[in-house]
Design a protein around this ligand. Structure first.
Ligand code: B1M
Length: 215
């Protein structure tokens, strides 16, 4: 692993915002691909923090502070991400973190990556009620929606959205991709989602495959 990506991880884990911002800018200047900065630097740091939290080695205030630094670094990386990718498709994508769930960093990264391939992204935010997602599908008529869930207790909301789309007669017109740390392919199959991805680059691949299949 690039030592500079490692120092970005360390700065986030040490809750050192100034260093994290500085290293992110240096990495971009050094033309390290923005996807690598996002995945191997920033996301890896939060995953490590999650592990520490699990073992009682980290506490909520640290997680909140690290998440804020992550967002600062994302704002720096996102324009580079947008600039370097060639646009391929132009369909509408609606993204949301499901009801009861306040985790939105992953959803934001997925949305940013979807934009880089030319998808028109509508971000409904976090803790989004099922009815609001159904309404957005009715109004915006997206080709794809992406549902993030980071808690085992909110995963069932992904299923609730799929059921609500069926009941509203909207399910046939839209592909549903699910993701989030506890979500698996098995879960996606069980709830009748069209796609699952473990990370943002894979989510883009799945979205492209689904839009091609639907075209
Ligand atoms: Co929370 N939290 N959290 N948290 N948090 C987890 C998820 C947890 C695993 C930590 C732990 O205990 N080890 C645990 C869940 C346990 C479980 O459900 N079994 C947990 C808990 C318990 C909680 C609270 C209940 C804590 C409390 O209050 N006691 C609380 C719940 C609040 C709520 O949602 N109602 C809570 C709160 C928070 C913060 C607000 C402090 C903060 C979120 C800040 C924010 O999002 N703005 C936070 C954080 C940061 C985490 C961890 C540490 C990191 C999550 C994250 O942002 N990762 C997390 C530990 C972990 O995940 N291991 C944890 C980085 C992010 C880029 O990754 O979101 O996984 P992720 O997204 C990835 C992939 O999952 C995928 O691609 C992304 C990029 O590669 N992906 C998709 C995501 N969405 C996708 C959609 C797709 C496809 C792929 O298609 C559409």
């Amino acid at each position: 692993m690039d030592e500079r990506l490692k120092s970005l991880q360390e700065a986030i884990l040490a809750i050192d915002e100034a260093s994290a911002v500085e290293v992110t800018e240096l990495l971009l200047k050094a033309e390290v691909p923005p996807q690598e900065i996002l995945e191997e630097g920033m996301t890896a740091a939060l995953l490590e923090l999650g592990r520490r939290w699990n073992c009682g080695e980290a506490f909520l205030p640290e997680v909140v502070a690290a998440a804020a630094i992550f967002e600062k670094c994302s704002a720096i990386v996102e324009p580079a991400l947008m600039a370097q990718t060639e646009k391929k498709v132009s369909h509408r994508y609606v993204g949301a973190t499901v009801k009861g769930d306040l985790h939105d960093l992953g959803k934001n990264i997925v949305g940013a990556m979807m934009k880089t391939v030319g998808l028109e992204v509508h971000d409904l935010g976090k803790n989004v009620p099922t009815e609001e997602i159904v309404e957005a599908v009715r109004e915006l008529e997206p080709k794809i929606i992406g549902l993030s869930a980071l808690l085992t207790t909110t995963m069932p909301e992904q299923e609730a959205v799929i059921k609500a789309l069926e009941e509203a007669g909207l399910r046939d017109g839209v592909k549903v991709i699910v993701g989030g740390a506890p979500v698996t392919q098995e879960w996606a199959d069980k709830i009748g989602a069209d796609g699952y991805a473990p990370n943002a680059p894979e989510a883009v691949k799945v979205a492209l495959a689904l839009t091609e299949a639907a075209a």
